[in-house]
Write a protein that binds this ligand. Structure first.
Ligand code: GUN
Ligand code: FE
Length: 467
């Protein structure tokens, strides 16, 4: 049975372009039983739109914004490790390569236990949905069964997801790696087939080719994955690139250009030589890319997932997002849990703004990203990074209703707050009533969190509600 149609009424905010948010007030958005937006009408009413669509009012659920509330597109987390969620905040003073060995590989390997995997994956899905993440590009683990379980749980919970079985057949501990390139490729195919079998229309979940990063993949594995990418031009690809200087040196050592046929000795050149630098490729980090690498990435149409929380926490560096954008590289945001300590894309947006200010303090004032820009990266930019820009990231007829209802607290004449969630004594973002809409949104970006994420929908289905 198709779900009921829904009508949303009130204020809608979404990105028009990188630098511009659109504020739609007194607007009605109608969503049909399949979760698609079928009307966006300003200066209208629920009744008028229902009538126009031939919907009778008793068949329709209506949600209306109150003061200091607005609908915003769901966030797209373009890079996170579902399997690392229990480690959020646990990284000490490590940097990438010792962080992987000390904290990460032991935890990921332990999720071979299906009960543990279920516990972790159920939580990470609930947690990210509660923070407004309607689409997530997940890395699971090397283990096929637990990767497939992650896809099952995303589908059940209704979170749109790219789910990747991690490929790694070298330079990782013997207890946690693919036994051979052939075994890695066979396991990858097995997981792809399973994920496609549970959601053949790719309505909610889809598989993604996932070479962990060049250092942990042998040349035959990289070649095999490049071949698979060619055989399946519909599959997205995700990996890490140029996150940390020791990692870059390692790639140079492992893949000298004479061994790959690459034009130069760059990290990007390695992925390119194996057919993995494509317009479906999501490259996480890109902190230390060279001019020529950024140009190659732009030419291939590969995308960058900017992970400011992780890049700061494990001291990888400050990615130059403005520079990438100006090179024509499409960018989105990633929490990169648990290199990043926060499950929140709103936090990633805030940190993207702050890190860009650190880049600016290095002498390039135009590096600063605005509130509008970081929210674009969190929604429309991210949608393009994961290849779903036709479906999600904004409010338009023909797109899916992947959205969040954001609610801030309002301060009354006595200085008391209203509009906070049940059971809370105080609001975390106070709106006094004299702020402009851009100021309200800026207050949300800089002080908001999951308390402000009141309801979340994916493809028209209510997937989270804060009581
Ligand atoms: N590089 C290779 N694996 C990882 C990972 O799990 N997290 C991060 N941040 N970088 C990586
Ligand atoms: Fe990562």
């Amino acid at each position: 049975m198709a779900a009921r149609s829904k009508i949303f009424v009130g204020t809608f905010v979404h990105s028009k372009t990188l630098g511009e948010l659109e504020y739609l007030h007194d607007t009605v958005v109608a969503v049909d039983g399949s979760g698609k937006i079928v009307a966006v009408e300003s200066n209208s009413s629920a009744d008028a739109v229902s009538q126009k669509l031939g919907w009778t009012t008793d068949e329709v659920d209506v949600t209306t914004t109150k003061t200091a509330q607005f609908f915003f597109p769901g966030f797209i987390d373009t890079h996170l490790h579902a399997s690392q969620y229990p480690n959020v905040g646990i990284f000490g003073n490590s940097t990438l390569l010792d962080w992987l060995n000390t904290y990460t590989f032991p935890l990921e390997a332990s999720l071979k236990d299906p009960a543990k995997a279920r516990k972790v994956y159920s939580r990470v899905i609930r947690k990210t949905l509660a923070h407004g993440t309607t689409t997530a590009a997940y890395y699971a683990t090397v283990d096929v069964a637990s990767t497939n379980l992650l896809a099952d749980l995303c589908l059940q919970a209704g979170q749109r997801a790219l789910v990747g079985r991690v490929c790694m057949d070298q330079l990782s501990p013997a207890y946690y790696r693919d036994e051979s390139p052939e075994a890695a490729l066979a396991a990858t195919r097995e997981s792809i087939a399973y994920i496609e079998s549970i959601d053949p229309g790719r309505e909610i979940v889809r598989p993604v080719l996932t070479p962990r990063f060049a250092p942990s993949c042998s040349a035959p594995l990289m070649r095999g994955l490049g071949g698979l990418a060619k055989e399946r031009p519909d599959l997205p690809i995700q990996t890490h690139i140029s996150e940390n200087k020791n990692e870059i040196a390692l790639v140079r050592e492992l893949f000298p250009p004479e061994s790959t046929g690459a034009q130069d000795d760059s990290y990007s050149g390695v992925y390119d030589a194996f057919g993995l630098l494509t317009d479906r490729t999501i490259l996480a980090h890109g902190v230390h890319l060279s001019e020529s690498e950024a140009e190659l990435i732009a030419k291939r149409g590969a995308k960058v997932s900017h992970c400011p929380c992780s890049n700061s926490a494990i001291t990888s560096g400050a990615a130059r997002v403005r520079w990438l954008l100006e090179k024509g590289v499409c960018c989105g945001l990633g929490t990169d849990m648990s290199g990043g300590y926060s499950p929140s894309v709103l936090e990633a947006a805030r940190l993207a703004a702050l890190v860009s200010r650190h880049v600016a303090m290095g002498g390039d004032d135009k590096a600063k990203l605005t509130v509008e820009e970081v929210l674009y990266l969190a929604t429309r930019g991210g949608a393009e990074v994961v290849g779903l820009q036709q479906r999600v990231g904004a409010f338009a007829v023909g797109m899916d209703w992947d959205a969040q209802l954001v609610g801030l607290s309002t301060v009354d004449a006595q200085g008391e707050v209203e509009g906070i969630a049940e059971g809370e004594e105080d609001g975390n973002v106070d709106v006094f009533g004299w702020e402009s809409w851009p100021d309200i949104v800026a207050k949300w970006v800089y002080n908001g969190d999951d308390r402000n994420t009141r309801k979340v929908w994916v493809k028209g289905r209510l997937v989270h509600e804060r009581k």
